[in-house]
Design a protein around this ligand. Structure first.
Ligand code: COS
Length: 386
């Protein structure tokens, strides 16, 4: 067992950290306040290879492993969680499934522009009445003129208004309710209409859109076999959830860094508040839980990059890291007291940003369900049938 990062992983981590310090951290407060999507950042990340960190070089990526990619997401999210989620969805939820499930032709056509950051990816699964119950989706795909007519509406789609490639899920068999009738499709931006943008609690430097589709797409836009879309979605989320856990770790690390420095400088009752055991215990708990969450992320990433089952460990990582992030960013505010509640310090932003990690890519309730099914040996069958 080796807990040390490899020289390449350390190099990518340092590269990302330096980039975040120079190009993201100084602007994150303003982007949050202005709800600014920092498009220029993605071009710069692309130059560094970080829009395709774990994509093989032959497909335009940096050719690093999945753990290196998790380090990138942690560092990006430490600077700005909105940038973190944009890169996470782009990579985990679009580029990687196209690589994994695409034909040779689809891989060489669609992956390089994503991995090189020329196009940004969006993952279109969720609908108004299909959130946790993703298999209830109603967007339809019917055969027409040798291709597919795709019609429907999706919501809570990260980055849709800036995306060039969509991985979109639709029901190809109306007679098969649930997971079996769903297929996955690759769409271009001009085949999708952006119909709205959410006002959110946080993650204001990322966009979350509703979209509508009524497009005829070629037959070669079907990803994987007809009826296998739900497998694509679930396998994609298995990996994506590890990335959200890494994001949660990054946000909490940022909150901890601010709280620790504040505690050393802020005086009360004649001494720095870091001398008080009440504050020391909070920082001790934060440091412990951040490390525990990070280890879960690294273990899940290691399983994934070694092609070992990672559904359960990934769900555990996401569950623990996201709940830890919500709790501990709240504690960071507590350490800063009244200042923590103001916009003068970034901890209130970390607190707002942390909350979403308990919700997207599967709520904590869904993670518990996935873990419970796995530990009870029920993973093969549906709870929806019970
Ligand atoms: N990998 C691959 N295939 C999987 C899978 C996984 N991790 N989990 C389930 N499947 C397959 C099952 O094997 C089953 O296939 P067969 O019918 O061929 O056997 C199919 O998918 C349906 O699985 P199941 O019956 O378990 O589906 P349920 O409707 O019960 O849903 C949950 C399972 C609840 C776990 C799923 O709907 C889920 O993850 N929901 C949350 C969705 C989500 O994260 N949304 C966020 C969107 S992105 S912000």
């Amino acid at each position: 067992m080796d807990f040390d990062l490899s020289p390449e992983q350390k190099e990518i981590q340092a590269l990302t950290r330096d980039f975040v310090r120079a190009e993201i951290e100084p602007h994150a407060t303003e982007w949050d306040r202005e709800h600014h999507f920092p498009r220029e950042v993605y071009a710069k990340l692309a130059e560094l290879g970080l829009m395709g960190t774990c994509v093989p070089e032959e497909y335009g990526g940096a050719g690093a492993d999945f753990l290196a990619y998790m380090l990138v997401l942690e560092e990006l999210s430490r600077g700005d969680a909105g940038v973190g989620v944009t890169v996470a969805v782009h990579t985990s939820a679009v580029t990687l499934p196209l690589l994994l499930f695409g034909t040779d032709e689809q891989r060489s056509r669609f992956v390089p522009p994503l991995a090189r950051g020329e196009l940004i990816g969006a993952f279109a699964l969720t609908e108004a009445e299909a959130g946790s119950d993703a298999a209830a989706l109603r967007t339809s795909a019917t055969r027409e003129d040798g291709g597919w007519r795709i019609s429907g509406a999706k919501q809570f789609i990260s980055t849709a208004e800036y995306a060039g490639t969509f991985l979109l899920f639709a029901r190809t068999d109306p007679d098969t309710p649930g997971a079996g009738g769903i297929s996955a499709f690759i769409l271009d931006a001009d085949q999708v209409r952006v119909t709205g943008r959410e006002e959110k609690l946080g993650l204001n430097s990322s966009t979350t859109n509703s979209i509508a589709v009524d497009s005829l797409v070629d037959a070669d836009r079907l990803l994987h076999d007809e009826g296998k879309g739900f497998h694509v979605a679930m396998a994609t989320l298995d990996g994506g959830r590890i990335g959200i856990a890494a994001q949660a770790v990054g946000i909490t690390q940022a909150a901890y860094d601010v709280a620790r420095e504040y505690a050393k400088e802020r005086h009360a009752f004649g001494q720095p508040i870091a001398k008080f055991q009440a504050i020391q215990f909070k920082l001790a708990d934060m440091a412990t839980e951040i490390e525990a969450a990070r280890l879960l992320v690294h273990r899940a990433a290691w399983l994934k990059q070694n092609d070992l089952p990672h559904t359960e460990t990934g769900a555990k990582a996401k569950l623990f890291a996201s709940e830890m992030a919500r709790r501990q960013t709240g504690e960071a505010i507590q350490i800063l007291g009244g200042y923590g509640y103001t916009k003068e310090f970034p901890v209130e932003r970390y607190y707002r940003d942390a909350k979403i990690t308990e919700i997207y890519e599967g709520t904590s309730e869904i993670q518990r369900l996935v873990i419970a099914r796995s530990v009870l040996g029920l993973a093969e069958r549906a709870v929806s049938a019970s």
